[in-house]
Design a protein around this ligand. Structure first.
Ligand code: NAD
Ligand code: APR
Length: 236
């Protein structure tokens, strides 16, 4: 059924979460067994509080995440999505992920709602650098300011232009496909509802149930995204 909708739709948006990257080797946040927030305190590590008052643990947490990122690659699912965009089958990717794997696989104009872990930026002068600096133990800008990852921390608002573009995509979409998100974090989780309210078909492909399953026209639980995308790709 999904392959039929993909062929018929005029503006398909693919909305991805951390579950899109677990098959690349990056843990997600809320999976029952392996989610990062199951064992780590997100407010102590990935928040504006941590940046100001818990800097040592903050640095160690993001060194761990950046190191993991640099050791992993996009998987076949990212490549299929990039190919579908080139062929005009999908039209926009909106991601909560900060790993840059969609772009590495060839997707373009990716909307990154939560920023990116590929760069770090100076708290003082806003100069950005490759995130490799964290792994090389370099935390200071040439101006002397502290370098923080270019991700949205808990307690921060999302980048206005990203939210604005994503909202517009949700108003325009006639097919909205969620891949690998628990849909538990706002305002990102409002987007599938906006799309649905604007007449889009909503598809949720997620290993576990989400709070928005009742809104979906099609739900795929218990299946790996990479396998699902490969199966659909054979019919396109
Ligand atoms: P939250 O649920 O409190 O709300 C997200 C943030 O977006 C809030 O700070 C709020 O000011 C802003 N916001 C809410 N509705 C908005 C709207 N309609 N338009 C524009 N901005 C709006 O989330 P949080 O717990 O404060 O976390 C903030 C964000 O940081 C979350 O999206 C979370 O996913 C993200 N985050 C990223 C990482 C990472 O490593 N990438 C880690 C932790 C959190
Ligand atoms: N195939 C299908 N689903 C998967 C796979 C997979 N291979 N791997 C994991 N999942 C599912 C999990 O069952 C889980 O429900 O993906 C979902 C990932 O949900 P979260 O870990 O909550 O990640 P996400 O929804 O992206 O979190 C939103 O919260 O901490 C912040 O900034 C962080 O962007 C993140 C935001």
């Amino acid at each position: 059924m999904l392959e039929k909708w993909l062929k018929e739709s005029s503006y398909t948006v693919v909305f991805t979460g951390a579950g899109m990257s677990t098959e690349s080797g990056l843990p997600d946040f809320r999976s029952a067994k392996s989610g990062l927030w199951r064992t780590k305190n997100l407010q102590q590590l990935a928040s504006t509080y941590a940046l100001q008052h818990n800097r040592e643990e903050f640095i160690a947490f993001y060194q761990y995440r950046i190191r993991a990122l640099l050791e992993c690659q996009p998987h076949i699912g990212h490549t299929i999505l990039a190919n579908w965009q080139t062929r005009g089958i999908i039209h926009q990717i909106v991601t909560q992920n900060v790993d840059g794997f969609h772009q590495q696989a060839g997707s373009t104009n990716v909307i990154e709602l939560h920023g990116t872990l590929r760069t770090v930026r100076c708290l003082r002068c806003k100069q950005t650098y490759d995130a490799k600096r964290y792994v090389e133990e370099q935390f200071e800008c040439t101006c002397g300011g502290f370098l923080r990852p270019s991700v949205v921390l808990f307690g921060e608002s999302l980048p206005y232009d990203a939210i604005e573009q994503a909202w517009k995509a949700a108003e325009r979409a006639d097919l909205w496909i969620v891949l690998g998100s628990s849909l538990q974090v706002s305002p990102a989780n409002e987007l599938p509802v906006i799309a649905k309210r604007n007449g889009a078909k909503l598809v949720i492909v997620n290993m576990e149930p989400t709070p928005f399953d009742d809104w979906a026209d099609l739900i795929v639980h218990g299946r790996k995204i990479g396998e699902v995308l490969q199966e659909i790709d054979e019919f396109l």
